[in-house]
Design a protein around this ligand. Structure first.
Ligand SMILES: [Zn+2]
Length: 676
């Protein structure tokens, strides 16, 4: 640890600068591709450093993959979602040409122990957890790297690499293991550890793995770390000039990154917990092998993840697997939840804090739904001259773009990006509600918002990335169904039998097998109905396929008129079901309102009829609490106290009598008509 002692902050800052004085900022050359992007480079103590790739737009990118021995957890989600967003942004926003490599650590102490406990061969064991990892990544819509390197595939390269380090004088073999000679390395003018110059020996040993703790006597110095470990009996082993053994953890990344990307490499990333000793040792090994002083130009680190203010661990019972979290939230909500936090800052995960992501997700969905409807319903044929509102929206859009550009240049500041997008959406929502924005301008806004959310892997416009398998099979399903309907209309039952007997659909990779079951079952039922010449049953089967079986799988078939082929669309089945439920509810509500109105109308008519039945002569006679004397027509003359009605009162009762006389006569007329 660095001691402040009595030194001033200035002295401390000066020392900090010197600590990272080894860093050489890549120079801008004639063919350099300069975007203005700055990265928090751990090689310069997290200082923001202009990003200049070695070869024009090309960016060589290596990031540390998982050690596969257990379930993928939320910590993995944070690291790989963060890297996924960075990759998309470098490629899609800044237009860099990326080659990205991720390793799989399938040789490690934890793996050897885990396989032993599971009574499995270590490669069988790692296959299970590697699959778990990639399944989780896919579920979170995390793109695969361009290259995957497994340690077990690179052992010969690792041996050659270590031989070179020994030849350069920076490693020695001892009792069948090989160690890195830290003292020799430093005394030759190299810097170690580059990114955590303040680190101590205990932490170094922690990274060495359990099997090395008692091996101090084999080393020349306590700081030396293992490149090659002599294997114990029953442990996996590979041949080497130093006897049978296996690679150390840190050497893997030095070797596999250089095997694909060479030396030097533009960009390296990984979780912050790997910065020391893993990343510092990886750097030292590669620089010792290539005899260079800067193997990696930019090293970035993803921040820690705490669960409800505590470190995630199995013992604290706050360990969350990606599977568990995906049962509670959609991938979009999880992605958004991480994107709200700066990638290299400490993040605290809690249920309450996910609520924020859920409400944002909902707001984005609503925005795209509303703009879709607005654009569908408004016509460009209408008035297009910009009003004050359009000028305002245009200003806002351009201003948002500037804010977002500046934020992305500043070490991918997505919290600021999201804030700017939210403000833009809120303003545009008001204009949509008031119908005061020109459709072409709104379209520009929608495209931009979609593009920026896309950098975070959020897709609201085409939520389903339909696979080619589904495209093919659904095209066939629609065609068969259309043909069955057409033939049924003509009563051509033989043709139907032929149509549905032509093909038995097979299960395909990447395809929801439910669709295959569905279509095969449909064909069987149609065959039976056509043999029974049951026309109505055939139409019912076609409807059921559309409204029930395929619908359940998230597929919506839309029938066109008789001349046109039907079309199909794919949705998230859960969202489609929810949509149908909401629609049904809406229809039920409307029907209920309609029914109530009808009943009310009926009641009013009934009352009107009852009133019309009363003869005008009888209408006041029963009101003895108001009147005491009536004329020959039944119109009141005196009130209940025997006083003559005033002129005004007489006028009122006279009018009422006339009105009743009119409706009663109408009633009598209608009775007469009914009798005729
Ligand atoms: Zn690594």
């Amino acid at each position: 640890m660095i001691k402040f002692g009595t030194r001033s902050i200035n002295q401390f800052m000066q020392q900090q600068k010197d600590l990272f004085g080894h860093y050489k900022q890549p120079k801008i050359k004639e063919d350099s591709y300069v975007t203005g992007l700055k990265l928090a480079n751990s090689l310069k103590g997290s200082e923001l450093v202009p990003f200049i790739p070695i070869n024009g737009r090309q960016v060589n990118f290596y990031y540390c993959g998982p050690t596969v021995y257990s379930n993928s957890h939320l910590g993995h989600a944070r690291t790989y979602l963060g890297i996924d967003v960075i990759r998309r942004t470098l490629r899609d926003y800044f237009n860099y040409d990326l080659l990205s490599v991720m390793n799989i650590t399938d040789i490690d102490d934890k793996i050897i122990n885990g396989a032993k406990q599971a009574k499995q061969d270590f490669l069988e064991f790692t296959k299970v957890w590697e699959k778990d990892f990639f399944t989780a990544m896919e579920a979170l819509n995390i793109e695969l790297p361009d290259v995957i390197t497994r340690v077990s595939d690179y052992v010969p390269e690792i041996v050659t690499f270590i031989e070179k380090i020994i030849a350069n004088g920076y490693a020695y073999d001892s009792n069948g293991s090989v160690y890195f000679d830290v003292q020799k390395y430093v005394s030759d003018g190299h810097t170690y550890p580059k990114m955590r110059p303040e680190m101590n020996v205990e932490l170094l040993q922690e990274g060495e793995g359990e099997s090395q703790v008692n091996k101090q006597q084999e080393k020349r110095s306590a700081n030396d770390f293992a490149l090659w470990k002599a294997s114990k009996p029953e442990e996996p082993k590979w041949p080497s000039p130093w006897g049978e053994g296996r690679p150390g953890w840190h050497i893997e990344c030095s070797v596999m990154a250089s095997a694909i990307l060479g030396n030097p490499i533009d960009l390296h990333a990984g979780g912050i917990d790997l910065i020391f000793p893993h990343h510092d040792n990886s750097l030292a090994q590669a620089e010792a092998c290539f005899n260079c002083d800067q193997w990696i130009n930019y090293f970035i680190h993803l921040g820690h993840l705490n669960i409800a203010d505590r470190k995630m661990s199995k013992s604290l019972k706050n360990f969350l697997t990606i599977d568990e979290v995906l049962k509670r939230y959609t991938a979009r909500q999880i992605r958004l939840n991480f994107a709200i936090h700066q990638y290299d800052a400490v993040m605290n995960y809690s249920e309450e804090q996910v609520e924020q992501a859920i409400s944002k997700d909902k707001a984005y969905q609503e925005f795209f739904q509303n703009t879709k409807i607005y654009l569908r319903e408004s016509s460009v044929i209408g008035p297009q001259k910009w009003t004050q509102n359009d000028f305002q929206i245009n200003y806002l859009l351009r201003n948002t773009k500037e804010i977002i550009h500046a934020a992305l240049l500043k070490n991918f500041d997505f919290p600021t990006v999201i804030d700017a997008i939210d403000k833009l959406i809120n303003q545009v929502n008001v204009q949509i509600a008031n119908k005061t924005v020109r459709p072409p301008l709104l379209q520009s806004v929608v495209q931009y918002v979609n593009f920026i959310l896309g950098l975070m892997g959020l897709n609201y416009q085409n939520q389903n990335n339909t696979s080619t398998d589904i495209q093919q099979i659904m095209a066939e399903v629609c065609s068969i169904r259309d043909q069955v309907k057409l033939a049924a209309r003509k009563g051509d039952f033989d043709a139907i039998s032929t149509i549905v007997s032509q093909k038995q659909f097979q299960y395909e990779k990447n395809l929801s097998n439910g669709i295959v079951d569905c279509i095969n079952h449909f064909q069987q039922q149609v065959l039976v109905a056509s043999q029974g010449k049951n026309k109505q049953e055939l139409f019912t089967l076609c409807d059921k396929l559309r409204d029930e079986q395929l619908f359940e799988l998230g597929i919506k078939i839309e029938d066109k008129d008789k001349q046109q082929a039907s079309i199909w669309k794919q949705y998230d089945p859960k969202e489609l079901k929810l949509e149908r439920e909401q629609q049904l509810k809406l229809i039920q509500q409307k029907e209920l309102i309609k029914k109530k109105e009808e009943e009310k109308k009926k009641q009013e008519e009934l009352e009107k009829l009852e009133k019309a039945k009363i003869h005008p002569k009888d209408m006041f006679l029963s009101q003895i609490d108001k009147y005491s004397e009536f004329d020959e027509k039944g119109i009141p003359i005196k009130d209940k106290d025997g006083n003559e009605l005033s002129k005004k009162q007489k006028k009122v009762v006279q009018d009422l009598w006339e009105k009743q006389n009119k409706i009663h006569n109408q009633y009598l007329e209608s009775l007469k008509k009914q009798q005729q």
